[in-house]
Design a protein. Structure first.
Length: 202
């Protein structure tokens, strides 16, 4: 069951990536809203509102398991915001978030580059696939709520990390036309409270 759900998740992510040109802008809602004092994974709408209030595009949807999923654009990078530690039956009361973006580098990217990233970003993780794609995962436990100023800092740090990976993965002279990450969906109905790496299609 779990393997079928993961396969469906990856298939939908691939279809989404194929439908959006690498350098195209996602049509996400960026209408400014007031930022709540607390931001929590228990309130997906609140996370969307918080992202929009910070100037990022964000739309709320659901994954194949029925749990919340946000399509977002953090800076110039297409990103998924996944919800974890949710109630397995009701798909609510989630306790943590993961920002996830996938890159297809146009220059060599290997363990040395991943180690350089790890030295600077303790809350992020990089996974290099057999197809040479690079997935950045950025985890944050919100519990009952993070102060809005803390959430702002979380997203800013994630944005800096995305830019850093982009600089490592893409040639500087490609500028705005550099390949953008292809969002890759992955999900499980109930995930343990630990950092999870996105699975790879064989």
């Amino acid at each position: 069951m779990k393997s079928r759900r993961i396969a469906a998740f990856l298939a939908l992510g691939s279809a989404f990536a194929a439908s959006v040109p690498a350098h195209a802008s996602m049509n996400l809602d960026t209408e400014p809203v007031a930022l709540a004092r607390q931001v929590s994974a228990t309130s997906p709408d609140g996370v969307v509102a918080a992202l929009r209030s910070l100037g990022y595009g964000a739309d709320l949807t659901a994954d194949d398991a029925g749990e919340p999923l946000i399509n977002a654009r953090i800076g110039k990078w297409q990103t998924f915001v996944l919800f974890y530690d949710c109630d397995a039956k009701m798909h609510d009361n989630c306790q943590s978030l993961q920002f996830s973006a996938s890159f297809t580098p146009d220059k060599p990217f290997g363990p040395q580059e991943a180690a350089a990233f790890a030295r600077d970003y303790r809350f992020g993780a990089l996974t290099i696939g057999t197809d040479k794609s690079v997935v950045l995962s950025w985890d944050v436990v919100t519990g009952g709520g993070l102060d809005s100023s803390v959430f702002r800092k979380v997203v800013e740090n994630c944005s800096f990390a995305l830019d850093n990976v982009g600089a490592l993965a893409f040639n500087e002279d490609t500028g705005a036309d550099a390949k953008r990450p292809s969002p890759r969906r992955r999900r499980c109905a109930r995930c343990p409270p630990r950092r999870l790496r996105p699975p790879r299609a064989s």
